[in-house]
Design a protein around this ligand. Structure first.
Ligand code: FES
Ligand code: FES
Length: 147
């Protein structure tokens, strides 16, 4: 089917299979920041903003993209520059597979929460999995990115 939507503030028109998951469509379009980890909504590696809400793009199908506005990490490089820098500085990146999902989650958390609060941040990160870092460095990096 033909799909028209906006991704990272650019108009896209493309063909996709109705059964294709959004994470796969995005990656086929060359937007590879969303990673396909579990494919079941459990790990957060595929996080994107979908009509302004952060979602797991492995749980959405291509037809849902019709007329939607999607933002991937590629569209937020400037806005997430400090978070990404702090991930590096704090040692919050090892294999990096989970990183774009955590950066997106951290960015969303910072947008919605003015004050630093480690406990609520940990709750917000609950849907993101990392097999390498033990999480504390990720928490530190996001807290360091807040005023
Ligand atoms: S790949 Fe989507 S949540 Fe794990
Ligand atoms: S850095 Fe490897 S899964 Fe998180």
């Amino acid at each position: 089917m033909e799909i028209r939507c906006e991704i990272n503030q650019k108009e896209y028109v493309f063909e996709a299979d109705e059964c294709e998951r959004v994470v796969d469509v995005l990656r086929t379009l060359g937007l590879t920041s969303p990673k396909k980890g579990c494919g079941e909504g459990e790990c957060g590696a595929c996080s994107v903003f979908f009509n302004s809400k952060l979602v797991n793009s492995c749980l959405l199908l291509a037809p849902q993209m019709q007329g939607s506005k999607i933002v991937t990490l590629e569209g937020l490089l400037e806005q997430t520059a400090l978070i990404r820098e702090n991930f590096e500085e704090c040692g919050a990146v090892q294999c990096g597979f989970c990183t774009s999902g955590f950066v997106m989650r951290g960015y969303d958390y910072i947008l919605q929460n003015g004050a630093k609060d480690e406990e609520s941040l940990k709750e917000a990160l609950d849907g993101n999995l990392c097999r390498c870092t033990g999480y504390q460095k990720i928490v530190e990096a996001i807290l360091k990115s807040m005023r």
